[in-house]
Design a protein around this ligand. Structure first.
Ligand code: AHG
Ligand code: MN
Ligand code: MN
Ligand code: MN
Length: 337
């Protein structure tokens, strides 16, 4: 115990590795960690208090908002706005860029978050998470924030990560110096380094996809999924299928065990085949993490981190995980064009 490293200690040790870092980043992260602890506490008692169920609202994504979605969003917006180091925020739950209220100090960072990921699992005590992505503004400090400050190429992220509310609460993040995992010790209320320098296995044995959408998939997507279901692959037997329906939990398992998570474009709406996952608050941060862990992330043909968003809530197909599986997927899609 005496040798365990807290997340704050870890950041102080590694801060110099963030280009041009000042104490601002550590401060931002400390606020994020506190928000995570508050949300974790609320998630843990979700069945005991009146935080289950719908708020009656429909969010910008066209989804019903859960009370816990809204609670997590409020906590993050409140704490982050007061960190003094941000110039703008964006959330899955808010249609527009969230300005820092007038009169509060500002800094040069921008945070984009999915306050609660996996909402459909809230009511049934299945793992959910929070995802975050951090950029630094390009325009001059003191001038109004431009939408181009928020819609930066995904490769410009300075940090990304998630909090997983599972059998224990974990914080997994990267600042571009590998991926590190911390587990919340509820006794002392600290995130302690439990998974230093996580590397995803090069070849995995798991595929994760909502196969119920099979009828809505293109022939290329069916070919991709058939590759993992058949014995005609590197293992000579089918992969195991694991799908929770919470990106954070599905991603985390595959990060540790190896494998691939897929959310392909589909034709549920016949007019436009699109992915479901949001580029800025879901795909991009997970892509930074997976690459830092030695894996890959693509939309089928394009590296996720090479995408420059054209709108805040842009959706994207996502194939993410071990190098071997993601390369095979990319080859299949490229061969179909
Ligand atoms: P959110 O709860 O933040 O809206 O995200 C839900 C996402 C993601 O967590 C998960 O991978 C995916 O939706 C599951 O979608 P399906 O139910 O269509 O499989
Ligand atoms: Mn949602
Ligand atoms: Mn989500
Ligand atoms: Mn969400």
């Amino acid at each position: 115990m005496t040798q365990q490293i807290t997340v704050t200690e870890h950041l102080l040790l590694h801060q110099k590795q963030i280009p041009g870092a000042t104490g601002q980043f550590t401060h931002l992260f400390n606020e994020l960690v506190l928000s995570a602890k508050i949300i974790s506490r609320e998630v843990n008692k979700a069945g005991l208090v009146d935080v289950l169920g719908f708020t009656g609202e429909i969010n910008v994504q066209g989804e019903e908002v859960k009370k816990l979605d809204e609670y997590a969003n409020r906590i993050l917006i409140h704490r982050m706005a007061r960190s003094g180091v941000l110039c703008a925020m964006a959330s899955e739950e808010n249609a527009d860029i969230i300005d820092i209220p007038h009169g509060l100090p500002q800094g040069s960072y921008i945070i984009i978050f999915d306050p609660l990921d996996g909402s459909s699992n809230i009511d049934v005590n299945v793992n959910i998470g929070t995802i975050f992505s951090i950029y630094r503004r390009k325009s001059k400090v003191g001038t109004p924030v431009q939408s181009s400050d928020v819609l930066q190429c995904c490769d410009e992220q300075v940090a990304a990560g998630y909090i997983l509310y599972g059998s224990s609460t974990m914080l997994v993040f990267t600042t571009g110096d590998g991926v590190h995992g911390f587990t919340l010790d509820p006794g002392v209320g600290e995130f302690l380094l439990s998974h230093p320098n996580i590397k995803i296995p090069e070849i995995g044995k798991i595929y994760s996809v909502n196969e119920g959408y099979w009828p809505y998939w293109s022939e290329a997507t069916k070919k991709v999924v058939n590759h993992f279901k058949s014995a005609d692959n590197v293992h000579g037997h089918p992969y195991s299928l694991r799908y929770i329906g919470s990106l954070v939990a599905d991603f985390h398992r595959n990060l540790i065990y190896g494998g691939v998570f897929m959310y392909p474009a589909d034709h549920r709406e016949p007019s436009k085949p699109v992915g479901k996952l949001r580029l800025m608050c879901e795909a991009a941060p997970m892509a930074m993490l997976v690459e830092q862990a030695g894996g890959m992330a693509t939309d089928g043909t394009k590296r996720i981190l090479d995408i420059v968003p054209h709108e805040l809530h842009q959706r994207v197909p996502l194939f993410i995980g071990s190098k071997h599986e993601v390369s095979i997927i990319r080859d299949i899609y490229e061969g179909q064009d």
